[in-house]
Design a protein around this ligand. Structure first.
Ligand code: HSE
Length: 438
């Protein structure tokens, strides 16, 4: 049987990795797919740039539409990122009746609903395993492996750059900017690294995970997003002292009132496996009602780990080429007409435990004022540490862990604490999750 011809859009880190993996493992891939899979065409912005792969046998162009419109191309692999050109190119590929594989989380999170509807009408596949957690086959695990479960919650370290920065800061005391520059050099970071450090990239990925876990439409705009840029070395150290690690998590949870969708730094007990996921590695914990908690771990970014997911999607697409469209795995795991309109909870209605750090005057009655405000709000304290005062210091750090409380109540309590004359500046608040069986 003839090989399936792939047209590649983008020859950057992941594009180069995809060419290399397809060439190096060509025989294994053909044994799995039943047909060869060959990159025949590729588009790149700058054709003079030296690439990290062997381009022999690939027809190159600087016009991505020439690839998308080429009748010889069977499957388009979109690896250019961003949402403007990528949206137009993927839409055009679908209109031309071509299957699409993409690693573009922003594209799927923001425009997936419309692209999947278009693909369904055309009877083509749009595969996106590489869009979430790099090389970890977590889309496949949730969409297929856990199909018998009612998924209750998931929580993931889904941005490799952010995890790399937090790990290096904690273990080596390295400077934020210096670690970020290294992540950029290694090709982990987004073109705009604020997407990594401000949680936007993780929010794109959480949008996708929540949709396939709960069978809801993609709703990127409804996610509460907070990054890691305000995490300080002292919070990292106090968290350790209390038996926790700070990780940047994407969390989706089904509750009776609706679905929680949130990305923020989180204290997790250090004994949890996921608290020990360091560097550029990603991990996603998924709790199904039948299976219980399951954990998926691996490289979340980088050329070949991401290429691993792209190539797996290509194999899936090739295997399903002759299947009727209605017999293929639905894009968002649930049949398109069975997606549910479950409300997304505003952050003010979410319940978590909290870590609070404040600078308090060291005199009688100050702690009593703080604890009274928390008690009035119905917030119960689990642990409290008051650090010793340096001789020249006016204030002492006070660190508290609270029991679970609704965010709205905690916001009000924090406002009242910050208004006390004895408290200096803002109260630092980091949410705490236990990630146990419930
Ligand atoms: N910038 C992303 C990360 C790349 O660091 O995780 C993989 O999506």
């Amino acid at each position: 049987m003839n090989s399936v011809k792939v047209g590649l859009l983008g020859l950057g880190t992941v594009g180069g990795g995809t060419v290399s993996v397809l060439k190096r493992n060509a025989k294994e891939i053909e044994r799995r797919a039943g047909r060869g899979i060959v990159v025949t065409h590729a588009a790149a912005r700058d054709l003079r740039r030296v690439r990290n792969c062997d381009l022999a046998g690939i027809q190159l162009t600087d016009d991505p539409f020439a690839v998308v419109n080429n009748p010889d191309v069977d499957v388009v692999v979109e690896l250019i990122g961003g949402t403007l050109a990528a949206r137009e190119l993927v839409s055009k590929a679908i209109a031309n009746g071509k299957h699409v594989v993409t690693a573009n989380k922003a594209l799927i999170a923001k425009h997936g609903n419309e692209l999947f509807a278009q693909a369904q009408a055309k009877g083509v596949m749009v595969a996106f395993e590489a869009a979430v957690a790099g090389g970890i086959p977590v889309i496949k695990a949730i969409r297929e492996g856990l199909a018998g479960n009612r998924i209750e919650w998931l929580a993931g370290i889904i941005n490799g750059t952010g995890n790399f920065i937090l790990s290096e800061m904690r273990d080596k005391g390295r400077d934020f900017a210096d670690v970020l520059a290294e992540a950029q050099r290694l090709g982990y970071a987004e073109a705009d690294p604020t997407f990594d450090v401000e949680g936007i990239d993780a929010a794109h990925k959480l949008t996708i995970l929540a949709s396939i876990a709960f069978g809801i439409p993609l709703q990127f705009d409804r996610i509460y997003t907070e990054g890691i840029s305000k995490i300080t070395a002292e919070d990292v150290n106090y968290a350790e002292e209390l038996g926790y690690r700070i990780k940047h998590l994407g969390i989706a949870r089904r509750t009776e009132q609706g679905v929680e969708l949130r990305v923020h730094p989180t204290l997790i007990p250090y004994r949890r496996l996921i608290a020990n996921v360091d560097g550029v590695m990603n991990a996603v914990l998924v709790k199904g009602d039948a299976v219980g908690p399951t954990l998926y771990y691996g490289a979340g970014a980088g050329a070949e780990p991401t290429a691993s997911a792209v190539v797996a999607d290509l194999v899936d697409v090739v295997r399903a080429l002759t299947a009727d469209p209605e017999n293929r795995v639905p894009h968002l795991a649930f049949q398109p007409d069975a997606l549910a309109d479950i409300p997304i909870l505003p952050m003010s209605e979410v319940e978590t435990a909290y870590y609070l750090r404040m600078e308090a005057e060291d005199r009688p009655g100050v702690l009593a004022d703080v604890t009274r405000i928390l008690a009035d709000a119905g917030i119960s304290i689990e642990a409290i540490i008051q650090k010793e005062q340096a001789p020249e210091a006016q204030h002492v750090p006070v660190i508290m862990l609270t029991h679970r409380m609704r965010e709205r109540q905690m916001n009000e309590a924090i406002q009242r604490i910050e208004a006390l004359g004895s408290i200096n500046g803002a109260v630092t608040r980091i949410r705490v999750e236990y990630l146990n069986k419930n």
